[in-house]
Design a protein around this ligand. Structure first.
Ligand code: MF3
Ligand code: CO
Ligand code: CO
Length: 259
């Protein structure tokens, strides 16, 4: 069963969503060649606790050892920050933050380009971002989950990129990963019908090469099997009476917060 949030719960999701968004805006200035992903994690951790008076949800979640996920180049998702991993010019890095405030979760990520991007990296990152935007634009009461997956998949594949199948968006609220599963591929006119008050993430992972992924021995880091580049963007979305509200909206977003 997918839960429908009350007005009070929605207000709390707006608060935590705004904090998660603000954190991605904050970290942008630190993403430069020479910085380690371990340092980015420490900056986010301190900002969450000291400044935002919130809790980093990934820390100790099912044993995850850090406060954010940092996924560089061929790392699809769940990359573990480390002092040994130093960013270099032309890298792409997804920073995924999830905060808990007043019992509710806000989950969002974006892929940043480090220094001067490569043509291929920029194209992948932009296509992934646009696929998320098209998925969000499909959200309205009466639409179906398959409409979201279809919008994402058809755009990404038109650009000759591939969709990761193993990980999906998810319902979110008091629980980090709840029902429904939001697939980033599928057929229009299939799947659960959206209703006002549902809140879920949409978080497409798009590969430059083949869709296959593998899990590294650390049991967290997911990489592309062919070691080609991969990107991801994520927002937490509320279904409104007329469309969508992006609860983790940032100033650099292309879509309006409410649509
Ligand atoms: N934030 C990720 C998501 O979008 C989940 C990270 S789980 C962690 O669902 F344990 F790796 F942090
Ligand atoms: Co998520
Ligand atoms: Co996330």
């Amino acid at each position: 069963m997918v839960n429908i949030k009350t007005a009070t719960e929605i207000e709390k999701m707006r608060v935590v969503g705004a904090l998660a968004a603000e954190q991605l805006e904050m970290i942008a200035d630190y993403i430069t060649p020479g910085v380690s992903t371990g340092e980015l994690d420490r900056i986010c951790h301190r900002y969450t606790i000291d400044h935002q008076k919130a809790t980093p949800a990934p820390l100790n979640y099912r044993g995850f050892p850090k406060s954010i996920c940092t996924s560089v180049n061929h790392v699809v998702c769940h990359g573990i920050p480390s002092d040994e991993k130093i960013l270099k010019d032309g890298d792409i890095i997804n920073i995924d933050v999830t905060l808990i405030k007043d019992g509710f979760h806000g989950d969002t990520s974006k892929t940043f380009i480090v220094g001067n991007g490569t043509v291929r990296g920029e194209r992948l990152v932009q296509t992934c971002k646009q696929s998320l935007n098209l998925g969000i634009a499909a959200v309205k009461p009466g639409a179906q989950l398959g409409d979201i997956g279809f919008a994402i998949q058809s755009y990404a594949e038109k650009h000759r990129f591939s969709i990761v199948r193993e990980y999906c968006g998810h319902g979110i609220g008091r629980v980090f990963h709840d029902e429904p599963q939001v697939l980033h591929y599928g057929r229009a006119g299939t799947g659960m019908t959206l209703q006002p008050g549902m809140i879920f993430t949409i978080e497409p992972m798009i590969n430059a090469g083949k869709p296959a992924v593998k899990l590294l021995p650390d049991q967290w880091t997911v990489v592309t099997k062919d070691h080609q580049l991969t990107a991801q963007w994520e927002h937490t979305i509320l279904v409104t009476d007329t469309g969508y509200e992006i609860l983790t909206h940032r100033c650099d977003d292309d879509l309006p917060r409410i649509g």
